[in-house]
Design a binder for this molecule. Structure first.
Ligand SMILES: [Zn+2]
Length: 269
């Protein structure tokens, strides 16, 4: 699909993505017009906020079931839409005793709502919209019958979750064992994290901007070419399942493999 313009919706709670740097990066890479828009979740009407609240997942082992939010949940959604920073006050994945305590959303359902919000004002099919959010978006996987956190949902609109970048690709196995042990003793996990200095992304990590570039490439390549992800670790389109691989492909390698670079060059012709 041809793209005439790309709209990037900011996540103001995560300044580290450095949205204006991302704009420059995309302009240099794709030579298309890029426009930065404010957070998509601001100034929504009550009905839309209620619908977003209805996308929450309460049992990750069950496929999506429409949830009828109560007043408290709608009030929460309203405040977190206005000030996305408030999401940081909720239980983080790494601190959760039960994963059900984390605020999670069905990514495809949220994507449908964002689609409706955007198409109300823009019906140009050649515009690609990419939304950054700190919400944890998940998709249900039928192969193991449970929801998994996602960093990116490729489509139009695409969603890139900063929390997903940090939590979806796994940290080292040993880290989880050590962290679990500390939690069971009622101790803080920060010391354990220190032992893994820089081996995985943390909240408000300075590397998030570079990592976001990779996920933007994945969303845009998918839209333009229909080509989803690359098997090679030496390519920024690699769909990392481990933090180690994510940091390797996006930071150490930091470029496309030959095949995908050739594809990009062809797009410019
Ligand atoms: Zn590749």
């Amino acid at each position: 699909m041809k793209v005439s313009k790309i709209f990037l919706y900011d996540e103001p709670a995560v300044q580290e993505i450095q949205i204006s740097n991302l704009k420059n990066f995309l302009q240099e890479t794709f030579h298309v017009d890029i426009e930065i828009k404010k957070c998509i979740f601001n100034n929504l009407d009550g009905k839309t906020i209620e619908k977003i609240s209805g996308c929450r997942i309460f049992d990750p082992k069950m496929p999506f079931k429409e949830h009828l939010p109560n007043k408290q949940e709608i009030d929460f959604e309203k405040s977190v839409c206005e000030d996305t920073k408030l999401m940081e006050k909720t239980t983080m994945v790494e601190n959760a005793e039960r994963i059900e305590d984390v605020v999670m959303y069905d990514g495809f359902k949220v994507q449908n709502i964002i689609y409706d919000i955007i198409t109300k004002n823009d019906s140009a099919t050649n515009n690609l919209h990419i939304v950054f959010t700190n919400r944890l978006i998940c998709t249900y996987d039928t192969t193991d019958s449970r929801y998994h956190g996602r960093a990116v949902i490729c489509s139009n609109p695409s969603i890139i979750s900063t929390t997903g970048m940090i939590e979806a690709p796994a940290r080292p196995r040993e880290y989880y064992f050590e962290a679990m042990k500390r939690k069971m003793q009622g101790l803080d996990i920060q010391d354990v994290k220190k032992n893994y200095n820089g081996e995985f992304l943390d909240y408000h990590d300075k590397r998030l901007s570079k990592i976001a570039e990779g996920y933007l490439l994945q969303a845009i390549f998918y839209y333009m070419t229909g080509d989803v992800f690359c098997d090679s670790l030496d390519c920024r389109l690699n769909n990392a399942h481990w933090q180690k691989d994510l940091l390797y492909s996006q930071l150490k390698i930091g470029k496309l493999c030959n095949k995908h670079q050739a594809l990009l060059d062809k797009l410019h012709l």
